[in-house]
Design a protein around this ligand. Structure first.
Ligand SMILES: [Ca+2]
Ligand SMILES: [Ca+2]
Ligand SMILES: [Ca+2]
Length: 222
């Protein structure tokens, strides 16, 4: 009987594996998503078109923010989950100056539920500190024609993968900061292919409930 009971417990444990579930995605090609608010707006991807990894490239429009205010994604009524992962394409547009450039520093930030998870810079115009992620573009994409632009695929950045999270709502704030940040046609950032995945904790299945009932029955007979 102990062996059978142990098998039941193992089976129930197996049913509890979290399932990755996409709860938001936008390539910004069909207008502004209802979940997105705050600063910025839709613009063509211009020269970024096609940059990226297979199946995850800049297309059509992106969302560009050229000021100091936040762009905010707000998700509600999330299914029961134990962690969250975020991915997007990130463009550093025009004359970003890294921490050892001038005027600097220029920062791109991502806060999740009010806590900072990313603070990155890019040496487009001055300095030499560059985020060491998956760079997918370096060239003159457009906008202010005087400067080259740089882009990254953030989908494999470990800092924003499998973050412990259980609340039914989630807020992402994207914004620039730093004493040297000039904004406008000097410095701006843009995102495309924004993707949010939660690891859903499945509800007990009918089979699981039957097994649980069998276990309870065994216990009663002792
Ligand atoms: Ca797009
Ligand atoms: Ca600059
Ligand atoms: Ca600057």
């Amino acid at each position: 009987m102990k062996t059978f009971a142990a098998l039941v417990v193992v089976s129930l444990a197996g049913l509890a594996n979290a399932q990755p579930t996409q709860v938001f995605y936008s390539n910004f090609d069909s207008g502004q998503p209802a979940e997105l608010s705050g600063a910025g707006g839709l613009e063509s991807v211009f020269g970024f078109a096609g940059a990226g990894n297979t199946g995850d490239t800049f297309t059509g429009n992106l969302w560009r923010n050229d000021g100091w205010s936040m762009t905010t994604l707000t998700l509600t009524n999330l299914p029961a989950h134990d962690s969250v992962s975020v991915g997007f394409l990130l463009a550093f547009i025009d004359s970003w100056d890294s921490t050892n450039g001038s005027p600097a520093p220029d920062w791109f930030n991502l806060d999740i539920d009010g806590t900072n998870f990313l603070q990155l810079t890019s040496a487009n115009a001055s300095g030499n500190v560059i985020y060491g992620g998956d760079q997918i573009y370096w060239g003159g994409a457009g906008w202010n024609g005087s400067w080259w632009d740089r882009a990254f695929d953030m989908g494999n950045e470990s800092l924003i993968q499998n973050i412990p999270h259980t609340a039914s709502s989630l807020t992402l704030d994207f914004y620039a900061s730093g004493g040297g940040y000039q904004g406008g046609i000097d410095e701006s950032f843009a995102i495309d292919n924004l993707d949010v995945i939660v690891n859903v904790v499945p509800a007990p299945t009918a089979a699981g409930l039957v097994l649980a009932g069998a276990l309870a029955s065994l216990r009663r007979r002792r």
